[in-house]
Structures are given as structure tokens and as C-alpha cells.
Design a protein around this ligand. Structure first.
Ligand code: NAG
Ligand code: NAG
Ligand code: NAG
Ligand code: NAG
Ligand code: NAG
Ligand code: NAG
Length: 537
């Protein structure tokens, strides 16, 4: 583990590429939007945390240059870069409400890419991008990266991979293959960290439900605790208003509903022992991100009907091409499924199928939006699509472009509304070129500035002289003063009502140095050697 942390620190040498004059330190991914957003996309920003899926080689570099949590607009414009704020490997980045307050959260920690496990904690930020809570698992266990989900005003569910030794000879193991992963989930009080509920797979689910056997070892061979057989692999947890849970068990290709009082299994959907007869295209495998959707019940009120959604990978395998791949459908897909717990039938309400025949061997998510649209995030394929309710595509993007587009992955992707009021001061730079002075301003994470007002600062008492105003349209706003050298300049950020939100520091005029080459400031990448051979995230 120390080994991986040391390599992750090497990432900080991956520096900027001069996208923003005012923030030369930032090099966010450049989204490759292949289907521009239609008017009918849902309102809100895109929340992703892309990372390099492969180690770089002498001939190939993999993006993004700065892996981290990001908020983007639909046209690929940056709203917030969390690079360096989430300082260790981050994933599952989202906005949510905690005790009525708008917050951001993400997993931060060490990453065992080969086995698809992470060990760390959930970091919660407020609207000013300050860390207000770090939440860890209860009962002396390590939080895994797959799930953090707020399920009530002040509680959240997380999950844990706990390797334990057992006699596994009954499942085809030798006497030396003794390690198995106990897949655990917990519900915690977010404020105090108190453990409110804990469920462990080995108390309820025998290894007979595993789809991937201990041999040939695609889910671990059990020779040691690092190589423990991940027979079940919980990668999502949700809770409904009746107090019961659903979990997605990737390596059992099934969703289990769990009784919130005694932990017993209420039903299984798909897998080796399904409680339901499956209708056309319901079947899924190696899936992620199962969620309850009581809001879809409408006309089924009072009936024994439940709605869920999930991301169906229909594939499993290592990402670097060395391992074997298992595929159970031509592509991955997002799915909404209707369950009848009287007739015990499961029916596909809607499938969301990808452009470019994407099939992701790992990761992925399906988010139902308030207006009925759906966002599907294609995990290891580093892409995200928005659909209208009937499945036609409104928007599609890959997570980076050009040569850095290769091998980008993103665990989950979402759309949320967000109001960002950064504590950090806005950035300003004033550059002199042949045409005069150009001032550039930006404010990482700010969503409220509608106008930037510029002024020259003169004299001993810093008397301000109004220069002009520019509507804020993008992450960085530029203001030109043709034919003049403005030696000292400042700017004010104004909101929609013309209220001054913040004043920048005074920038001194500097000569503009244009990037000499088209390739710009690209640093050597030799330090980025972390292995990202995903097996089963
Ligand atoms: C493991 O269980 C098998 C029977 O399933 C038994 O034959 C064997 O002796 C056990 N091994 C150990 C080390 O207890
Ligand atoms: C654990 O077992 C795997 C598979 O046999 C092996 O590749 C790895 O080196 C072992 N790790 C340790 C720390 O012994
Ligand atoms: C299959 O599911 C039924 C209930 O749905 C349960 O009683 C039974 O024990 C399960 N079988 C196995 C092998 O897990
Ligand atoms: C069923 O799945 C296949 C691909 O796996 C897809 O082409 C077809 O449109 C789907 N049908 C429905 C009704 O979703
Ligand atoms: C964007 O993605 C498409 C589809 O994978 C690819 O063909 C194209 O080359 C990419 N464009 C850029 C600029 O990376
Ligand atoms: C964002 O807010 C608007 C206006 O309240 C609402 O219509 C929309 O559904 C929200 N979007 C998301 C992703 O929640």
C-alpha cells in the first residue's frame, strides 16, 4: 500500500498545459464532446473524476494529466477543478445534501487497481470548497471506494472489503487457497461516525452464489489476503423509506434486497438463484450502481411493485488486455427495471444503449434525473451519455481528447445543480503584448459571477479608474485594453444583481510570453507509472 501512495504522490509533477493564463497551474481534461448537448438536457453541471486507466509507456501517454474531481458545463467549460484539493486518489465525486446543507463528497484514498479495491475515507466539502468532514468506516474497518450515499438527513451507507481466512476446499480451492473477501456494508451517522447498521455477505450468502470461481482466479485466487477471492463484491448500497437496502453484488451478477431489521435476504434479482422470472433484456452481469426509484410508482400505488435502476456492464476483465475478458452482451447499458413481488416477474422499463458500442469491463453508473432524462457513465470507457426517458441520446462526451484521450476512465458520472462560493481569492494576470494590455481573471469553483468589472489602480492611495466590464461566459474571462499599457489592474466579480462578490488583488503588468510550440508546456511523464490494470472495480 505504501508503494502505491508513493507513486500517487508522483502524480503532482504532472503540471499544467497553459489552458488558462490566470491559472497556469491547472490542466483539466479537455472533454471530447461527440454529441453536443441538445436543448432538452436536464439543468445542472456534470460531475466526474476521471483518471488514467493505464500506466504511461515510452510511446503512449494516458490522460487526464491531472486526475481529480471536476465540475464541467455541457460545452466542456470548467467550473471547478478539485485537483490538489482532493490530494490523494479520488473517485465517486458527487453533490448531495447533508442536514439541509449543499455539500460535495468524494472518496479519497489508496487504490489497488488490480483488484478494484480502495482504502481510505470520504471527504465532504462545503460550498466554499473547505473540508468539513472526513468519514471513516466503523468497527475498525477500512472504507472502500465504491459507495458513499446519503440515505437520510444525517446517515450514509458505505461498503468495505474485508479479507478473512476460511477453509474453501468445498469450492474447488486447495488447502493453500484460504482467503476470501467478506463484502460488508455499513450505515453511519455522518456527524458522529457512529455505526448504525452492519451487514456482512458471509453471514448470508454462500460462495456458491459466485459467478467467478476461485480458480482460475479472475476474482482472486485466495493465496494471501491481498489475493483474496472476491466472491461477491458489493459495489453499491441504497436504502428505501421502509428501511430496507438493495446491494449490487458484481461477482454474483445479482441485486439483493436486504431486510433492514435482521439483515435477512428479502429477494434476489438475477444471478444463480433469482427470485424473479426475468423478462426480455432484464438480465445483467458484473453490474454497478443499483438504486431504488419509488418516484416511478405513480399508477402502481398500493401494488407490490418496485422500480430500480442499474448500470449493466455485461463484461468483466482486466483493462490492460493481458487478462481474460468475459462478456455477456454486445454492449453495456443503463437499465430501469420494474419488479412485481407478487407475480415475481421482472420487466425492463427502459434500456439505455451506448453510442460507439461501448462495453466497459469495470465501473459505471446510471442516474435518473428529475425531468426523466438519464445519465449513463461508461466506467472504464471514460465516457458519459445523457438520454431522454425513452432512450434517445441528447449528449455524449469522452473525458479527455487528443492523445490524452487514450485510456481515461471514470468510475461514476452525474448531473447536479450546484452553487459554488469559493473561499479562495480569484486569480488575475495582466499581460502586455503588441496590441496593448490583456487582463485574464478566473475563480475556481465560482458559479455566481455574471460580470467582471475591471479597473486601473493608480496613485499612492490606489485610486480606482473604471476600465470596462465583460460578461462572464466561461471559466476564464479576458479583457483587452488596446494600445495601452495599464500598469496596475484589478477586477470585481459581480453577481446577477450587480452585487460585488469579491475583489481581486492588484496585478502588475507583465510581458506576455506566448507558448513557443503548439504542444505547449507538457512536462515529462516518466513519473506517472502507477499501474491501473483494473480487474473489477
Ligand atoms: C477443509 O475442509 C475439508 C472438507 O470440506 C476437510 O477435508 C479439510 O480437512 C479441511 N481443512 C482444514 C485445514 O481444516
Ligand atoms: C499473493 O498471491 C498472489 C497470487 O498467488 C501473488 O501474485 C502475490 O505475489 C502474493 N502476494 C504476497 C504479498 O505474497
Ligand atoms: C435460493 O433462494 C431461496 C429463497 O429465495 C433460499 O431459500 C435458498 O436458500 C437459496 N439457495 C441458495 C443455494 O442460496
Ligand atoms: C435488447 O438488447 C439488445 C442488445 O443487447 C438491443 O439491441 C435491443 O434493442 C434491446 N431491446 C429492448 C427492448 O430493450
Ligand atoms: C473524440 O472521440 C472520438 C470517438 O472515440 C474519436 O474518434 C475522436 O478522434 C476523438 N477526438 C479527439 C479530438 O480526441
Ligand atoms: C436543477 O434545478 C432546476 C431548477 O430548479 C431543476 O429543474 C432541475 O431538475 C435541477 N437539476 C438537477 C440535476 O437536479
Amino acid at each position: 500500500m505504501r508503494h502505491v501512495i508513493a507513486l500517487a504522490i508522483g502524480l503532482q509533477f504532472a503540471a499544467a498545459d497553459w489552458q488558462y493564463k490566470s491559472r497556469p497551474d491547472l490542466a483539466p481534461p479537455r472533454l471530447n464532446i461527440t454529441i453536443p448537448a441538445a436543448k432538452s438536457v436536464e439543468k445542472g453541471y456534470l460531475f466526474v473524476a476521471p483518471f488514467a486507466g493505464y500506466p504511461d509507456t515510452a510511446t503512449e501517454q494516458h490522460g487526464p494529466r491531472q486526475a481529480g474531481p471536476y465540475i464541467f458545463r455541457d460545452d466542456g467549460d470548467l467550473v471547478w477543478s478539485g485537483y490538489g484539493i482532493y490530494s490523494i486518489w479520488a473517485t465517486n465525486f458527487q453533490a448531495t445534501k447533508w442536514k439541509g446543507q449543499d455539500v460535495l463528497f468524494g472518496f479519497e484514498g489508496d487504490h489497488n487497481a488490480g483488484y478494484g479495491h480502495g482504502h481510505g475515507h470520504t471527504t465532504i466539502l462545503d460550498q466554499h470548497y473547505e473540508t468539513i468532514r472526513e468519514l471513516r468506516a466503523g468497527n475498525h474497518k477500512l472504507t472502500d471506494k465504491h459507495e458513499f450515499h446519503v440515505v437520510s438527513d444525517n446517515t450514509a451507507v458505505i461498503q468495505i472489503y474485508q479479507p478473512i481466512p476460511q477453509n474453501l476446499t468445498a469450492y474447488g480451492a486447495s488447502e493453500e487457497q484460504q482467503w476470501i473477501v467478506n463484502a460488508i456494508f455499513q450505515e453511519l451517522d455522518i456527524t458522529t461516525g457512529e455505526l448504525l447498521f452492519e451487514w456482512a455477505s458471509l453471514d448470508h450468502v454462500t460462495p456458491e452464489e459466485a459467478i467467478l470461481p476461485i480458480n482460475p482466479g479472475q476474482a482472486g485466487s485466495g493465496y494471501n489476503s491481498s489475493d483474496a477471492w472476491d466472491y461477491f463484491h458489493i459495489n453499491s448500497v441504497d436504502k428505501n423509506s421502509e428501511g430496507d437496502y438493495i446491494i449490487s453484488a458484481r461477482d454474483a451478477c445479482s441485486i439483493h434486497k436486504i431486510d433492514g431489521k435482521d439483515g435477512s435476504i428479502i429477494w434476489r434479482l438475477d444471478g444463480k438463484n433469482s427470485s424473479f422470472t426475468l423478462g426480455q433484456n432484464v438480465t445483467f452481469c458484473f453490474q454497478h450502481h443499483a438504486r431504488f426509484h419509488p418516484q416511478l410508482k405513480n399508477e402502481d400505488e398500493g401494488k407490490s411493485i418496485e422500480y430500480i435502476s442499474l448500470y449493466d456492464n455485461s463484461a468483466h476483465g482486466t483493462e490492460d488486455g493481458r487478462g481474460k475478458e468475459v462478456a455477456t452482451a454486445p454492449t453495456s447499458s443503463g437499465k430501469i427495471i420494474k419488479l412485481d413481488t407478487e407475480a415475481w416477474t421482472a420487466e425492463l422499463v427502459q434500456g439505455f444503449y451506448p453510442p460507439d458500442n461501448l462495453r466497459s469491463k469495470s465501473q459505471g453508473s446510471t442516474q435518473l434525473l428529475p425531468n426523466g432524462n438519464v445519465i449513463v457513465n461508461w466506467g472504464s470507457e471514460g465516457a458519459l451519455t445523457e438520454y431522454e426517458a425513452k432512450g434517445s441520446i441528447l449528449f455524449h462526451t469522452y473525458m479527455d481528447s487528443g492523445y490524452l484521450g487514450l485510456g481515461v476512465e471514470n468510475y461514476r458520472g452525474f448531473r447536479f445543480n450546484w452553487t459554488g462560493l469559493p473561499n479562495e481569492e480569484p486569480a488575475i494576470v495582466s499581460l502586455q503584448n503588441d496590441e496593448g494590455t490583456v487582463v485574464h481573471v478566473s475563480w475556481n469553483g465560482d458559479t455566481e459571477t455574471k460580470t467582471w468589472r475591471f479597473f486601473a489602480v493608480a496613485g499612492k492611495y490606489g485610486r480606482k479608474h473604471f476600465l470596462g466590464e465583460v460578461p462572464r461566459k466561461s471559466f476564464e474571462t479576458s479583457f483587452k485594453v488596446p494600445g495601452k499599457q495599464v500598469h496596475h489592474v484589478g477586477a470585481e466579480a459581480l453577481d446577477a444583481r450587480g452585487k460585488v462578490l469579491r475583489i481581486t488583488r492588484v496585478a502588475k503588468l507583465q510581458p506576455e510570453i506566448s507558448p513557443a510550440m503548439k504542444s505547449k508546456a507538457i512536462p515529462p511523464m516518466g513519473l506517472r507509472t502507477q499501474s491501473q490494470a483494473w480487474m473489477e472495480l
